[in-house]
Design a protein around this ligand. Structure first.
Ligand SMILES: Cc1cc2nc3c(=O)[nH]c(=O)nc-3n(C[C@H](O)[C@H](O)[C@H](O)COP(=O)(O)O)c2cc1C
Length: 339
């Protein structure tokens, strides 16, 4: 399946909220929420996208002509490349009422299994969504990472209890969802913002590597580390929780300088190619997440569409490594980019 075909198919199935643009840069959907856009006034996703584009690559072909290896080890997981498909809580609310996020999770985990990466899945409030995601994880090499919205600690721990006979390889709490317009009622039930003490309790309860998603400054990265996070995800939720925050590429350097070596650093927001993945790794990230284009690929071809998209990112990453003088992921450093 060609990627152009995936995009053409997606236009027929994704519904009116997404224009399936040639490049998913957050402009045409702007503040379409519900939908794939950003919170009003709607510039967040586009700011993220543009920030990666401002970073330039430095060509260096004066290196040995050895094969390229994109594999990494992350929190005990072996990945064929530094990529995780990002969590999406609901697609029925955002796209078409009959769409089934559990099917999206299943197809993502199936595609990620054949491509040797992991899928992070979101917090549908329907317990059946969790049950099906747990089944999908078991069927696909345990490659699902649950991402819990900031409900009460009691509520999150009850969800963690669902993983009785098969613990995932990591668990994640997303702290910035407190700002999502449609989660205000959820927040009213005792959820919302989290303290360091709250997160310490959840980390202890998780018993597997603990990830905190929604970090946008060195200050909050240090708080997550203090709470015991094994990894953080630098993310502004794709511009969906607050506008006029910096882009993730803009804050990544200060966060890397503050917490590198203390926790693994993941990043998302506007990453749209293997070139962007390379830039994030060059700044110091350990891995990246991609959300909206993976979803578009699901609408355009199910498992095969997602596999096609992952293959595209991998091929671009390999090409960039080849041209910038890196043969393995650990070779990539800041000297290979211009900020
Ligand atoms: C429709 C939609 C639903 C999302 N749902 C969740 C969610 O449930 N939990 C979460 O942590 N992030 C959620 N996100 C945020 C993504 O995981 C990701 O952080 C963000 O979209 C940035 O990546 P991107 O620019 O590649 O889309 C959602 C994003 C979109 C567009």
């Amino acid at each position: 399946m060609e990627y152009s075909e995936v995009l053409e198919n997606a236009k027929k199935t994704i519904g009116k909220n997404c224009m399936v643009c040639p490049v998913c840069n957050g402009l045409a959907c702007k503040n379409t929420m519900p939908g794939p856009g950003s919170k009003a006034p709607g510039n967040g996703a586009n700011d993220n996208y543009n920030a990666w584009k401002k970073i330039k690559l430095e060509v260096d072909t004066f290196v040995a002509n050895a094969p390229i290896d994109t594999g990494i080890e992350l929190l005990g997981m072996n990945l064929s490349m530094p990529l995780i498909t990002a969590p999406i809580g609901s697609i029925a609310m955002q796209f078409n009422p009959t769409d089934d996020v559990a099917d999206f999770n299943e197809k993502c985990m199936a595609a990620c299994e054949t491509r040797g990466i992991f899928h992070a899945y979101g917090n549908g409030r329907d317990k059946r969504v969790w049950d099906r995601a747990i089944e999908s994880g078991k069927a696909h090499n345990n490659n699902g990472i649950p991402v819990f919205n900031p409900g009460t600690n009691e509520g999150i721990e009850a969800l963690m209890d669902l993983y009785k006979d098969c613990l995932p390889q990591a668990m994640c709490v997303v702290v910035d969802s407190a700002g999502l317009p449609h989660l205000k009622t959820f927040n009213g039930k005792g959820g919302g913002t989290k303290t360091i003490e709250d997160l310490k309790e959840l980390k202890a309860y998780a018993k597997v590597p603990f990830i905190v998603k929604g970090i946008m400054s060195a200050r909050t990265a240090l708080k997550a580390v203090e709470a015991g996070a094994d990894a953080i995800i630098v993310s502004n939720h794709g511009g969906r929780v607050l506008s006029d925050t910096p882009a993730t590429a803009e804050v990544l350097p200060e966060i890397v300088d503050a917490v590198k070596g203390k926790a693994k650093i993941l990043v998302d927001g506007g990453i749209r190619s293997g070139l962007d993945v390379f830039k994030a790794l060059a700044i110091g990230a350990d891995a990246c997440l991609i959300c909206r284009p993976v979803l578009i690929s699901y609408y355009g071809g199910g498992q095969e569409g997602i596999e096609c998209y992952i293959d595209k990112i991998k091929a671009e990453l390999e090409d960039t490594m080849y041209m910038c003088g890196a043969r393995k992921i650990s070779d990539i450093d800041r000297s290979m980019i211009r900020m």
